[in-house]
Unconditional design. Structure first.
Length: 267
């Protein structure tokens, strides 16, 4: 009995010295892809697929990737190659049907490209972007870009709930400033309100611009906003997008997000 007590006491002493916290596994990914090019379909899928990291985070990101690719895969999400192959074949089959309908026309081969990238990472969060481009006939292709931010500690996904007071005049001024920078295309001087109005399709005027339909996401330096083609400007304008620095947007962030961006050690 006495010997057992001594061993237990020694074990407690070691725990007291080293602590009982487990080291958080580093988040790591593998670049996976699916490519198929035939006379009826061109499909290219790419994804930075999680291979290790905190369990909740890797699960959340894998689910996100599967959902962005279609959301119908029912197998193990740990098998990244199987996930990519499953969705690649589904997209190929879909384009084959479209190609059959276009048979005999001068329309180029239907194509679909989707790239899901780990675009930003800090000790506290990782952000993914999803860029897709498809041509299914018609005058031009269709492009889209969205993003999502995940907290590393528990895999929570963030979107519009990161922000508050977005219906205020001052917040909308940030959108106007960002769009001016986008349409200035790197020029030394910003464009005027009138020039911005001419570039947009918005009916609300430049002082109360609509929020993007897709959720914002965190970069390493700020919050990114993306308008899809035709959402606020003509197709030729591309995807109007910009990043508002943390110093400018901090007062519109929730305390939950402020704590996350201020977390420099991931603990």
């Amino acid at each position: 009995m006495k010997t057992g007590f001594i061993i237990a006491a020694a074990a407690l002493a070691v725990t007291a010295c080293t602590g009982n916290k487990t080291e958080q596994k580093a988040f790591a990914t593998d670049s996976l892809s699916f490519e198929n090019k035939t006379h009826t379909a061109i499909v290219t899928l790419k994804a930075d697929y999680p291979t290790s990291g905190p369990d909740a985070l890797t699960t959340a990101v894998r689910e996100y990737i599967s959902e962005q690719l279609g959301g119908t895969y029912g197998g193990s999400l740990a098998a990244g190659d199987s996930v990519m192959d499953f969705y690649g074949k589904r997209h190929t089959a879909r384009l084959d049907v479209i190609a059959k309908d276009l048979e005999g026309s001068a329309t180029p081969t239907p194509s679909f490209t989707q790239t899901i990238t780990a675009a930003a990472e800090t000790p506290a969060y990782v952000t993914y972007t999803d860029c897709s481009e498809s041509f299914l006939g018609g005058a031009h292709g269709i492009t889209a870009q969205t993003g999502a931010t995940f907290r590393k500690s528990d895999g929570r996904r963030f979107g519009w709930e990161m922000l508050r007071d977005t219906d205020t005049e001052d917040f909308r001024a940030l959108l106007k400033e960002g769009l001016k920078e986008y349409f200035a295309a790197g020029a030394d001087t910003t464009i005027t309100d009138g020039q911005l109005a001419e570039a947009l399709l918005a009916d609300s005027g430049v002082d109360y611009l609509p929020l993007p339909k897709s959720a914002p996401y965190l970069t390493a330096d700020g919050v990114a906003f993306v308008y899809q083609p035709y959402e606020i400007a003509p197709y030729a304008a591309g995807r109007p997008s910009f990043t508002v620095g943390f110093d400018k947007i901090r007062s519109y962030l929730t305390q939950t997000v402020i704590k996350m961006i201020d977390n420099k050690d991931g603990k």
